[in-house]
Design a protein around this ligand. Structure first.
Ligand code: BES
Ligand code: MN
Ligand code: ZN
Length: 498
């Protein structure tokens, strides 16, 4: 885990050391504990703000070095804008901004968790602490030569000064596990494909056993026996054998149906015989972003002992061209019994998910299934990198996901499904084909998946634009974003915990 910052809590009255971070609104007002900590330096802040034209806008920062009259090295003032209009995602952003300002310095820092109107709520200060850690993440495992000032891991000690230390610590415990889950997902997406192939991915997922998650790994033989011909067809050109991993966390009432999360885990997608062009092909190491999210989510739920029964299932394959690779024109039989004509071997994610969705629907009989997949380039044409595409056969589930997206900032946008689109994947030789032509590529991919969920309430998230390579944000500077962990943890917390 490449985690560059440690977050602790101290009382408001604790004397600041190293760097002091404070918040003010757009009229440059401070809260009472902050004003007390600043003392006579308040005037200095006013003058520095005027000189720097700092107006306290949301997320703006004023950095004052060696402030006169204070026993600290730096004073950083963060603007909150209009204090009344603040959402939880704003506090995540504030934490990210602070983290960015602290940089690689090894000086400890104290953050006054206070707004002009008084102490931040526990939910707000926990969001600041989460934002700090999310922003500080860096994947530098394979850099043997660090730049000057970055030698060795950075472990900045950051303390949030709060009204009630015990309450803050208690509130941050689950949030810290969620951040850990995001970091696990980012690490998996960032790992190179020579290191992270299906068996190794399965080993990493198996580490969840330490948290009390039951793990079952299906090898090629077991999948043959189950009739998972769609998934196995994708992996047959690779010298790395395919795996399916089933993870179970039973934190809910015994015997109640689980909720289920399914992830596409294509550890590398060359396209297979329908091979991709060379440009940017290296990015296809991230084609397991759905599976990475499911593992990170299972970590978060198990570590925070979520009161819910949940199944995570990931289909792990490598899509390679080879003498033994599957061909365009091949017809494979899925576990459901439905046959599929493979038109394009690069439309492999849906083949993998077809068998894992069917397996989960039939064996686990879940309350609902949500799958995540870096499934189509077309979803980026439609939605860019701001929203994941959401497809669902169930309005209640779709609405809950939309709301969780707004709350966490991991946004989803609903896309259509219908019988007219479904027709586009009928095949002249088999029950269906794996591509639906040039138009509506993300929709026909979702229609394909829908043929393998039976009547289970289901949502599909196409995360090709959000899981990797999205623009850097205040809370993510990493190529692999860990998208979906916070979204789905929130979905569970809001609606499915007893
Ligand atoms: N993994 C890709 C989709 C993808 C593309 C994800 C770019 C992230 C960034 C997927 O397996 C794929 O190749 N999809 C094809 C489908 C087509 C052959 C119908 C695509 O989107 O072009
Ligand atoms: Mn592909
Ligand atoms: Zn793919």
């Amino acid at each position: 885990m490449s985690d560059a910052v440690k977050v602790g809590f101290v009382p408001f009255s604790a004397a600041a050391r190293g760097i002091l971070v404070v918040f003010c609104d757009d009229s440059l007002k401070f809260g009472p504990a902050t004003a007390k900590a600043l003392g006579k330096a308040t005037d200095l802040v006013k003058r520095a703000a005027a000189a720097a034209q700092f107006k306290g806008k949301s997320g703006a920062a004023l950095d004052i070095l060696a402030p006169e009259g204070l026993k600290i090295s730096r004073l950083i003032v963060i603007g909150t804008g209009k204090a009344q209009a603040l959402k939880i995602s704003d506090f995540l952003k504030f934490g990210g901004v602070v983290s960015g300002k602290l940089g690689a310095g090894k000086d400890g820092a104290t953050i006054m968790a206070e707004l002009p109107g008084g102490a931040m709520s526990n939910e707000q200060l926990v969001a600041v602490a989460s934002g700090l850690r999310l922003r500080a993440y860096k994947f530098d495992r394979y850099k043997t030569k660090k730049k000057e000032g970055e030698e060795g891991p950075v472990h900045a000690d950051v303390s949030l000064a709060v009204a009630d230390v015990a309450a803050a610590r208690k509130a941050f415990a689950p949030a810290g596990h969620i951040v850990d889950g995001v970091i696990i997902a980012r690490d998996l997406v960032n790992e190179p494909p020579n290191v992270l192939y299906p068996e190794e991915f399965a080993r990493r997922a198996s580490q969840l056993r330490k948290l009390g998650v039951a793990i079952e790994v299906l090898d090629v033989k077991a999948m043959h026996k189950l009739g998972m011909g769609a998934l196995l067809g994708v992996g047959q050109g690779s010298s790395r054998p395919s795996r399916t991993v089933i993870m179970r966390w039973n934190g809910g009432k015994k015997g109640t149906a689980p909720v289920a999360f399914i992830g596409k885990g294509v550890c590398f997608d060359t396209g297979g015989i329908s091979i991709k062009p060379a440009g940017s092909m290296e990015e296809m190491k991230g084609d397991m972003g759905g599976a990475a999210c499911v593992v990170g989510l299972m970590h978060a739920l198990a570590a925070r002992k979520a009161k819910v029964n949940v199944v995570g299932a990931i289909g792990l394959v490598e899509n390679m061209p080879d003498g033994n690779a599957q061909r365009p024109g091949d017809i494979v039989t899925s576990m459901s019994g439905q046959t599929i004509e493979v038109i394009n071997t690069d439309a492999e994610g849906r083949l993998v998910l077809a068998d894992v969705l069917w397996y989960v629907a039939k064996k686990m009989k879940p309350k609902f299934m949500v799958d995540l997949a870096t499934l189509t380039g077309a979803i980026m044409v439609a939605l860019g990198t701001e929203h994941a595409g959401m497809f669902s056969n169930n309005d209640e589930l779709a609405d809950r996901l939309l709301k969780a997206g707004q709350e966490t900032g991991e946004k989803v946008w609903r896309m259509p499904l219908s019988a007219e689109y479904d027709k586009l994947i009928d095949s002249q030789f088999a029950d269906m084909k794996n591509t639906g032509g040039r138009h509506g590529g993300s929709i026909t991919a979702a229609q394909f998946l829908q043929r393998f969920v039976d009547n289970t309430p289901w949502a599909h998230l196409d995360i090709a634009g959000t899981a990797m390579g999205a623009p850097k944000t205040d809370i993510n500077q990493s190529w692999g974003s860990g998208y979906g962990v916070r979204l789905l943890d929130r979905l569970v917390a809001d609606h499915y915990e007893s």
